[in-house]
Design a protein around this ligand. Sequence first.
Ligand code: 5GP
Ligand code: ZN
Length: 114
Amino acid sequence: MQDCVFCLISNKKIPSEIVYEDDELIAFKDNNPEAPVHILIIPKKHIPSLMELNDCDMHLMPKIFDTARKLAREFKIDKSGFRLVCNCGKDGGQSVGHMHFHLLGGRAFKWPPG
Ligand code: 5GP
Ligand code: ZN
């Protein structure tokens, strides 16, 4: 998708602070962080949202979760705790139409979310 900001990031057309990359995933720091650690984990393939994830792409989910665990250890939020969030659709507050997971940590979060 030519005008998708996360496709542009994964194709290195616009800069980002990449913290993890493999053949199918890329993770980079959110440019408007809501916590001391705020990393976005995305598939390189343009999948608009969790609801558009099809059976062929389902193997990405355990990879994303495992990457979140690795990054949590690397950024030292594995013991203090963290949130892994996927905003989906309008009411979920999704603003970028390319599926992504927020890894947030380094401070305590409230529940329920606003
Ligand atoms: P959403 O609201 O869709 O769940 O989250 C989108 C996230 O992407 C937001 O936290 C926002 O700060 C982040 N974001 C949007 N554009 C860019 C960008 O160009 N670079 C980076 N690093 N993050 C972005
Ligand atoms: Zn995209």
